[in-house]
Design a protein around this ligand. Sequence first.
Ligand code: SF4
Length: 207
Amino acid sequence: MKTNLNEIYDVLFDYYGPQGWWPGEGLEIAVGAVLTQQTNWQNVEKAITHLKDANCLNIDCLKRIPLVKLESLIRSSGYYKVKARRLKSLIELLARESRPDRDTLLAVDGLGYETVDCIMLYWFEKPYFVIDAYTFRIFRRLGYYEGKDYLELQRVFMETLPSDVQLYNEYHALIIAHAKKHCLKTKPKCESCPLLDYCLYTNEPNI
Ligand code: SF4
């Protein structure tokens, strides 16, 4: 049943087409990666719009802006007090170093692997495969990985696929599209799923 990751990609790409992800560019990617922690993208978009309207989606402003003002601008993204502090710490780093490496980003308070790899892949265009809750869900159901370890699952992708920024970018976007359109957390739409023939879940629906 289990097939290779390239084949899964081809099926998803043929079905959903190019996704043109991640929204935004440059610093906006890093800000979005922090704001999207534990919330949906619609809430992030509102916060990004508020930052843009205040002419504050830049390092100078984000460095200078008082914490309480930043909190109010990003309030719609939820956990805004925590996120404002994380953004401040990230901006302090980016003000000193325009292209910090992955380990340096990971040392910033509140930045985990997923957030940092989004910055590495989508902004710095470094080949780090981004793993998220959708990736765990889909590839557990497909029979690839049972665990919950970010680095382990990332290794499965990065050791199997060519080290290619565009491929990693598109694959992650396709995983999100698939998780939202078919492989839902509860009641996945397996009957119309393009991966139905490859999936263990339909045979063992408790996976
Ligand atoms: S067949 Fe169902 S569980 Fe399997 S990948 Fe498709 S939607 Fe998800």
